[in-house]
Design a protein around this ligand. Structure first.
Ligand SMILES: Nc1ncnc2c1ncn2[C@@H]1O[C@H](COP(=O)(O)OP(=O)(O)O)[C@@H](O)[C@H]1O
Ligand SMILES: [Mg+2]
Length: 258
């Protein structure tokens, strides 16, 4: 990762409730001299769940990093709730209500569970953040004083989700949160994501459990070699050959389908 977006803009325009949660217009992005994503047009409607699929190396994580501002778009525009955030810093986007749960790195391993939660809370809201997090994930409640590094993989992912939850975001970008977890935990995590969406949070989900992601999605995109090759209904994508055609072969190996 190279570019930390600078934030030269004054206070952002007011978000519009009519606008989509997220809109990318002709975005390209990448690393140093490499362009990974090209000509990306993508919309996440307010309150919807959008699945972003693609084989390993297709550019899914690059896309989420570009939306959250960890990477700067090389060209094009990004709108969050109608506000142009293309040049806004990652911190500014967080303040506006955007949350990114990055691949494998959603928690501070050397901090305790409690510290991980409290740092996401608003001032004065620390106790309620802990109460909310442990209500949705009771097992975290028994580990509040433990360092995140001592948690199991599943508990760490729950902590990552709980941190997102207490921040009260309106759009969450979820990158491979179920990676390497036991099926029971994967189910629990998808149930939690479903519940968030029921409460009106918009979600953009990248997950190797393609049928689970599509099962809860309102719309789907497939990325292949940095470009969108499918934009449409999850059901259509699930039906028959289209699915394997689109997901088959970026860097040789198809993702697991479960
Ligand atoms: N930090 C980086 N620096 C340079 N290239 C990178 C970096 N991270 C990823 N890439 C490249 O960008 C492309 C897309 O990667 P990524 O977005 O991680 O794909 P996905 O999440 O779909 O597996 C790959 O070719 C990968 O090698
Ligand atoms: Mg990835």
């Amino acid at each position: 990762m190279t570019d930390q977006a600078t934030d030269p803009t004054p206070a952002p325009a007011e978000p519009s409730s009519e606008a989509p949660a997220l809109q990318l217009r002709d975005v390209s992005s990448g690393y140093e001299r490499t362009t990974v994503l090209r000509g990306i047009d993508l919309t996440v409607p307010q309150g919807s769940v959008t699945a972003l699929l693609g084989a390993n190396g297709a550019g899914k994580s690059t896309m989420l990093k570009t939306v959250s501002g960890l990477l700067k778009a090389q060209t094009g525009q990004i709108f969050f709730e109608g506000v142009d955030v293309t040049k806004a810093s990652a911190a500014r986007r967080v303040k506006q209500g955007l949350c990114h749960i990055p691949e494998g790195r959603g928690v501070f391993r050397n901090l305790t569970v409690r510290e991980n939660l409290v740092m996401q809370a608003s001032r004065g809201g620390e106790a309620s953040a802990i109460a909310q997090a442990t209500e949705v994930f009771p097992s975290l409640g028994r580990r509040l004083g433990n360092k995140a590094s001592t948690l199991s993989g599943g508990e760490q992912q729950m902590l990552a989700l709980a941190r997102a939850y207490v921040q009260k975001p309106r759009l969450i970008l979820v990158d491979e949160v179920s990676l390497g977890l036991a099926p029971r935990l994967v189910d629990q995590i998808f149930e939690f994501l479903h519940e968030l969406s029921q409460r009106g949070v918009s979600l953009l989900i990248v997950d190797q459990f393609v049928t689970k992601a599509l099962g809860m999605a309102d719309k789907a995109y497939v990325l292949r070699q940095g470009q969108i090759v499918y934009d449409g209904s999850p059901d259509e994508l699930l039906a028959g050959d289209i699915f394997s055609y689109y997901l088959g072969t970026d860097e040789g190996s198809a993702p697991p389908v479960a």
